[in-house]
Design a protein around this ligand. Structure first.
Ligand code: SF4
Ligand code: SF4
Length: 312
């Protein structure tokens, strides 16, 4: 009998901000998606801005607030300030979460908590039968999974021991050491390529793209896992025929990649910026791409010889 604890460090801890069950996206079959905190990019269209910081973060939902004033008295850092946008002075707040524990209306909540590999496995194991029946499994998303490479490597190793399919959804912005820790336990990499032009990439995401493109080639050439390229389609950033064409031309160099997913921009995460006391970084007037335009981009992808799925 295998001593699993000699193989997996089940006590290794990471910061997790959500576990989403029964997803039919982000990999084959029915899946659980484990969202972990921390991301080196800050994409203007990010729908999970609470994930960008690597630590738990307190959020304020004004709609739930009953103005009881309890939080005003408990913060020893004097960060609760009803005169600031979003109630919390982020320069003073240390995200200790204490105010959330006393709020009677759940107007203050903490996004993210420390969980061990064992705790995450216990949670996702409840749906193991679904993974088996649907050939599904686990996807680690974020944030950026490689940001917590040690934790994610142990988590995915534990999943492999249980015979589950594993996937990561990555920005590709990571060191070789981080990649090498995680990749041996990954069946499918969902790799985001956002823009081939580095200046535009910097403008949209806060980082240039050289490291990402190098890692895209690096992962593909190892041939150790299935790689699917995902492209968020964002107007005024990359949602135009030229950018889609350039991405396809690059992906041709990614050995073995056959599939590109197009993910049209949406505003679903916009309200979260408010909960964090932040301005939504994208112009409010910006609309999700027109359906006919998305089909035009799909056609471009297919003309380059790739299978194309809208969504993913
Ligand atoms: S999380 Fe802690 S530091 Fe921040 S506002 Fe609440 S009590 Fe104050
Ligand atoms: S404790 Fe909660 S409900 Fe009361 S004022 Fe503070 S945020 Fe609002």
């Amino acid at each position: 009998m295998i001593d699993e604890s000699a193989i997996v460090n089940y006590t290794k801890k990471g910061i997790v901000f959500n576990i989403q069950k029964f997803s039919i996206h982000d990999g084959p079959g029915v899946r659980s998606i484990v969202f972990i905190k921390g991301c080196p990019l800050s994409c203007k269209w990010c729908s999970n801005p609470e994930s960008q910081d690597g630590q738990p973060i307190v959020m304020f939902n004004e709609k739930n607030c009953i103005h009881c004033g309890k939080c005003l008295t408990v913060c020893t850092h004097h960060a609760i300030d009803s005169s600031v946008r979003g109630l919390i002075n982020r320069k003073l707040c240390v995200n200790c979460g204490y105010c959330a524990t006393i709020c009677p209306a759940q107007a203050l909540i903490v996004s993210g908590k420390s969980m061990s590999v064992r705790e995450v496995i216990q949670e996702i194991k409840k749906d193991a039968i679904m993974y088996r029946r649907s050939n599904g499994g686990i996807t680690v998303s974020g944030g950026e999974p490689l940001f917590q490479a040690d934790f994610v490597a142990e988590l995915l190793k534990a999943c492999k021991l249980l015979g589950w399919h594993t996937a990561i959804e990555t920005t590709g912005y990571a060191s070789v050491a981080q990649l090498e820790k995680v990749l041996p336990f990954v069946d499918t990499v969902l790799f985001d390529i956002k823009n081939i032009e580095s200046e535009s990439h910097l403008d949209g995401t806060g980082k240039t793209n050289e490291l990402i493109l190098a890692n895209a080639l690096r992962i593909a050439i190892t041939g150790s896992c299935n790689v699917v390229v995902r492209v968020p389609l964002v107007p005024n950033f990359n949602a135009n025929p030229r950018c889609v064409h350039l991405i396809c031309e690059f992906v041709k160099y990614m050995t073995g990649v056959k599939e590109i997913h197009l993910l049209p921009y949406h505003k679903l995460g916009a309200n979260k910026y408010e909960l964090l006391g932040r301005e939504y970084p994208i112009d409010d007037a910006l609309q999700t791409p027109e359906e006919e335009d998305v089909y035009e981009y799909k056609k471009i992808v297919e003309e380059h010889g790739f299978r194309c799925i809208i969504g993913g």
